[in-house]
Design a protein around this ligand. Structure first.
Ligand SMILES: NC(=O)c1ccc[n+]([C@@H]2O[C@H](COP(=O)([O-])OP(=O)(O)OC[C@H]3O[C@@H](n4cnc5c(N)ncnc54)[C@H](OP(=O)(O)O)[C@@H]3O)[C@@H](O)[C@H]2O)c1
Length: 235
């Protein structure tokens, strides 16, 4: 088995995920990007000089196949970054939203993380100390939603999907106690990507940094927390 750490980043053909893949590679890891769009996946993998695997996080079949491929190629996984996410458009005020939109966003941002994490767990358990990072968002913080994000329009899909993801992260940490696996949620800040039509004021590379930090925690690092560059965030 290779000593080089093996990392899988979902939704890494562009945006923050792409930058996470680049930064993990620069640390000497063997990086695999998981992406659903074949063409963008191939282009990104070539540009980054990394491995890639077909992965639609809403499709359990592709997650199982990706896990089987990683098993065959590498035999284990040391880092999983659940980065793939969708915002679901602007029309998501709770009083008027189409519930189908809420389900769609949860399918990727919440159930996708559950599906991919559980598909990869047997591989992560073979690592000496695996790290899982869930890409959350500051808007998922209930504490911050009424404070620093108070001016943002109300949303029934994206913010609650990230709140649920934060809760899931804490529950995974409880379930994984004693395994050596550390799992945390990351807030990248407001970054200019396709997700927000490039209105963010940070770069995708800046947003990637917190995920990389949480992906490379020492064994005595935190688990079940929610962090940005400045430290722990309120739930
Ligand atoms: N940008 C921000 O300001 C910001 C702030 C807080 C949190 N975040 C979070 O950071 C993460 C990355 O966002 P981003 O800003 O980099 O957005 P982005 O540029 O739109 O990238 C999103 C990535 O997720 C992928 N994806 C979406 N659904 C998928 C699925 N079902 N299976 C596999 N891949 C899928 C997309 O792939 P396709 O090319 O196939 O669509 C794309 O590669 C998200 O979880 C987002 O919620 C972003």
């Amino acid at each position: 088995m290779t000593e080089q750490k093996i990392a899988l980043v979902t939704g890494a053909n562009k945006g923050i995920g792409y930058e996470i893949a680049a930064q993990l590679k620069a640390l000497g890891m063997t990086v695999i990007i998981g992406a659903r769009d074949e063409q963008r996946r191939a282009q990104a993998a070539q540009a980054l000089g990394v491995e890639s695997v077909a992965l639609d996080v809403t499709d359990a079949g592709t997650a199982e196949k990706a896990a089987a491929w990683i098993d065959e190629r590498f035999g284990r996984l040391d880092v999983l970054v659940n980065n793939a996410g969708v915002v679901g458009g602007r029309a998501q005020a709770p009083t008027t939203v189409d519930p189908a939109l809420v389900r769609e966003v949860f399918e990727t941002n919440f159930f996708g993380v559950l599906t991919v994490t559980n598909a990869m767990l047997p591989l992560l358990k073979r690592s000496a100390g695996a790290r899982i990072v869930n890409m959350s968002s500051g808007v998922g913080s209930i504490g911050a939603a009424t404070a620093i994000y108070g001016e943002l329009p109300a949303g029934a899909a994206y913010p609650p999907s990230k709140t649920a993801l934060n809760s899931l992260t804490a529950q995974y940490a409880k379930d994984l106690r004693g395994t050596g696996i550390l799992i945390n949620a990351a807030d990248p800040g407001y970054c200019a990507t396709d997700l927000n039509n490039h209105t963010g004021f940070r770069t995708a590379a800046q947003g990637a940094a917190i995920a990389v930090k949480l992906a490379t925690l020492d064994d005595d690092g935190p688990t079940g927390g929610f962090f940005n560059d400045d430290g722990p965030l309120p739930w």
